[in-house]
Each structure stands twice: as structure tokens, then as C-alpha cells.
Design a binder for this molecule. Structure first.
Ligand SMILES: [Zn+2]
Length: 452
């Protein structure tokens, strides 16, 4: 032991996995399993929990859809950054609406919407498909700080004369809401001939034509496997037309009525998830997500995580942090710095608060790849507390790297031990607590250093 280290050719043992956060990363988080689970639950194929009760949501007809409404409300309530409105507009009608306020331009509003009522049992395509897409987009985007306001709106009584959307659009017009785009989804899961055609229904109200152009442009930006039919004049038979009535910018996205490839099970209890084209449904949902994230506008806050074998570091600096254990959904005591060293393998995420803005990172699977921690006897650090020179001795015969983090998780020293024992000078650092990560061969450890 204690061999002289001469190697400057040492291979870096730290595999850096950088998970940045572009719009494309957000789009790719849209998960088909998650969509399918929601469609199954919302169309009564499987039971679910709603406010503590096990229920089957088979019926979403207007006088019988309070459980469906409660399901939607419960979904929105479990996510961050959302304000929920349970908007009753007649004896049976309830719109369920979640608003995510823009941090830069709160008065600039984009709406993504779908009706949740139905005319028969199941009705997976019409319109559990649209509802599930909105919930999936809300799940992902509510973890992000966005520049503009997004409204996730689920209408009741569409099948009874577009009543829920009509009520909302009328109020919005009276209030002078600055609605910049309404993206309505109604029936988006059926593609019987696998030609990937879908409709964008548009008319010349507000900036609806350029909204349609923006959506078409995203097809090539992302190389989506979809073929658009821009239908102008588009149908008036869904909720977007209530926004056209008020002169707002709006379009409908859905499966291809234009090529007569809409579900043959329309408005019947044969409209079940087994009849949907899931790859098509997933692709179309990602297109809608791409539009919403581009209009929502990601702020500079970066909750992407960089991972080494022993440390997770979130990209955003100078913020407030709290790390979470995703496996049991609890915050981790004392894990309140930019970097976090898990004591065991698992799934972790971090909440980043910067000013008014709170973001949650994705859950990162942390696996030390067979790394062991050092035995207590293998690492000697003295003196600690330290004024100037810290002596480090590591009882292993492999290239050893040292990384020193300040209490905020910022990397302040990154070096390789050239000798063993070795010394590092800390005189230039301000007083406080630091974390020293030592990494050698298949072993690593994190040590608290007190600088006096
Ligand atoms: Zn419908």
C-alpha cells in the first residue's frame, strides 16, 4: 500500500450521465403505458381508486359522471403547480379545470382541452383517449416552470350541445382572457388502416390558421410518423367551435374523419381500448405535447440531473433543494443541497425552488454498478476540522480521485491523488461544511469536512 502515484493517464472512472432538459426531452417523457392505464381506468376496463373508494368508471353519461369528474380532480390534485377549479355550470354539468400559471407571462393563456362525458359505456376513443392525453401532459408539464399559463380543461356535456366548453368560452370572452390558442382533442386513438393520418380542423378565427401551421411544422421538427389532413372549414361538432364562436384561436386534433378512417364503433359500447391503434395514439399524443411545451415555454430553471457513480447533482445552481426517494415518495432528511450522495441504490428525484418557480426532476435510477463504500479503516482524514492542510490516506492501490463539494453542492475541488498519503490545501476556502467524495477502483465514500 501507499504506492507512489505517477499516473496522469488515469482513465476517468466516472461515467457522466447528463440529462438535460430540452423540449424534445420533455416530449419523450410522454409514456404510452401511462396513457393506456388512464384509458383503461377511465373507460371502465379496470377498477381504480377515487378518493379512497374502489370504483369502476363505466358510465360517463352526464347525469352519472360525478365519479369520472372526481377521478380527474384527484389526478390533478396529486401534481404540483396546479390550481384546480371544479366548475359547475348546471345541475349535472361539471368542468374540471387545472391552471398552471406562467412564471413570466401569467396573462398569456394556452388551453388544452377534451370532453370527458360520453353517450354509452366504455367510449375509449370518444373521448377517454383525449382525456388521458391531457392528464399525461399535465403530469409531465406540471413538474416544469413555464413562461406562459397553461389551462388543462376537461369539459362536461359536450355530447349534449357543447355545454361545458360553451359556458367557459363565454365567461372567458366576458373576462377578456388573453387566450392565445385552444387545442381541443376529441377521438384520437383510431387508425384502422395504419396510414397515420390525422385531422387538424381549422377555420379562420383569431390566429387559428397560423396555430394549425405551427402544429404542422412540428411534424418535421420531430420527424413524427404522422400524416396531417388540414381540414378547412373544419367541423363545428366539438368543443373548439365554442371558442370560435367567441373569436378565439382554436383547432381540433383527432383521428382521420377526412379519409373516413374514424372509429366504426362511434357512440356505442363497442368503442373499447382493444380497438385503438396504440402506436398511432402515442405518436399523436407526442405531437400535442410538442405543441404545448413549445407554447408553454420552458424557463431557464434546469432540473436535469448529472450522475456519477456516487453522486447525483442537479444542474440548477443557486436554488433551494430537496431530494426525494421516489420508491416511497418521501423527502430525504438533510438532502437539501445541489448534490446528493445516496446511501443505497434506488430511484431519486429533486425538487428545485428558484424564486417563484418550483420544478421536480424526473426520478433517476441510481445504481452504483457494484461500487462498495470504503471500510472505516481504509480512509484516514486529518485534521478534521481543518484550517489549511488536509491529510488524506487511502488504503487501496488504485487511482484515487477526490472531489470536494461545498454545502450548496457546488464542486470546489476535483483532483487525482498523485501520492498516498496526500495533502490538499483548503486555506482559500471559506469556513463551513464541505463534502469530500473519494473514489478509488471499485470503492467510494463521502466524508464531511469542517473548514475552520
Ligand atoms: Zn367526442
Amino acid at each position: 500500500m501507499n504506492k507512489l502515484r505517477l499516473s496522469v493517464l488515469g482513465i476517468s472512472l466516472c461515467t457522466m450521465v447528463a440529462l438535460g432538459q430540452s423540449e424534445a426531452d420533455i416530449v419523450n417523457q410522454l409514456n404510452l403505458d401511462s396513457l393506456v392505464l388512464t384509458v383503461n381506468e377511465f373507460s371502465g376496463e379496470q377498477s381504480t381508486e377515487v378518493f379512497g373508494n374502489t370504483v369502476t368508471i363505466l358510465n360517463r353519461e352526464q347525469a352519472n359522471n360525478d365519479t369520472a369528474a372526481d377521478y380527474l380532480k384527484q389526478k390533478f390534485e396529486q401534481w404540483d403547480n396546479l390550481t384546480i377549479t371544479d366548475q359547475a355550470f348546471n345541475a349535472n354539468g361539471r368542468n374540471i379545470i387545472a391552471t398552471q400559471l406562467g412564471t413570466t407571462n401569467p396573462d398569456d393563456i394556452y388551453i388544452i382541452c377534451a370532453h370527458y362525458d360520453s353517450v354509452a359505456d366504455y367510449c375509449a376513443d370518444d373521448n377517454a383517449s383525449g382525456v388521458a392525453t391531457i392528464l399525461e401532459i399535465a403530469r409531465i408539464l406540471s413538474s416544469q416552470c413555464l413562461e406562459n399559463t397553461l389551462v388543462y380543461a376537461l369539459w362536461d356535456e359536450e355530447e349534449n350541445g357543447l355545454q361545458g366548453s360553451g359556458y367557459y368560452a363565454n365567461l372567458a370572452s366576458e373576462n377578456g382572457d388573453n387566450i392565445l390558442g385552444v387545442l381541443n382533442i376529441d377521438m384520437m386513438g383510431y387508425d384502422g388502416n395504419n396510414d397515420n393520418h390525422f385531422d387538424i380542423d381549422v377555420r379562420d378565427f383569431g390566429n387559428s390558421l397560423s396555430m394549425s401551421d405551427d402544429i404542422v411544422a412540428l411534424l418535421s421538427t420531430y420527424d413524427f410518423d404522422l400524416n396531417e389532413n388540414v381540414v378547412n372549414p373544419g367541423t363545428l361538432a366539438s368543443d373548439h367551435s365554442r371558442f370560435w364562436d367567441e373569436g378565439f384561436t382554436a383547432v381540433l386534433i383527432g383521428e382521420s374523419w377526412e379519409t373516413n378512417d374514424q372509429t366504426p364503433y362511434y357512440h356505442s359500447s363497442l368503442d373499447r381500448i382493444s380497438t385503438l391503434n396504440l402506436p398511432y395514439y402515442h405518436e399523436l399524443a407526442k405531437l400535442i405535447m410538442a405543441y404545448m411545451v413549445s407554447k408553454g415555454g420552458l424557463t431557464g430553471v434546469d432540473s436535469g440531473i448529472t450522475q456519477t457513480e456516487s453522486v447525483l447533482t442537479v444542474n440548477e445552481t443557486g436554488a433551494t433543494y430537496q431530494w426525494y426517494d421516489c420508491d416511497n415518495n418521501t423527502s430525504i432528511d438533510g438532502a437539501v443541497f445541489q448534490s446528493f450522495m445516496p446511501s443505497e441504490d434506488g430511484n431519486y428525484s429533486v425538487e428545485v425552488t428558484n424564486g417563484d418557480c418550483i420544478e421536480f426532476s424526473e426520478c433517476i435510477s441510481f445504481n452504483t454498478l457494484g461500487m462498495d463504500t470504503f471500510l472505516e479503516s481504509e480512509v484516514q482524514l486529518h485534521p478534521n476540522p481543518v484550517f489549511d492542510i488536509l491529510n488524506i490516506e487511502v488504503a487501496v492501490e488504485e487511482t484515487t480521485t477526490l472531489k470536494l463539494y461545498d454545502i450548496g453542492g457546488k464542486l470546489v475541488l476535483d483532483s487525482e491523488m498523485k501520492t498516498n498519503p496526500s495533502q490538499i490545501g483548503l486555506k482559500h476556502l471559506s469556513k463551513g461544511i464541505y463534502l469530500l467524495e473519494i473514489h478509488s477502483g471499485k470503492k467510494s465514500g463521502m466524508y464531511k469536512i469542517v473548514k475552520k
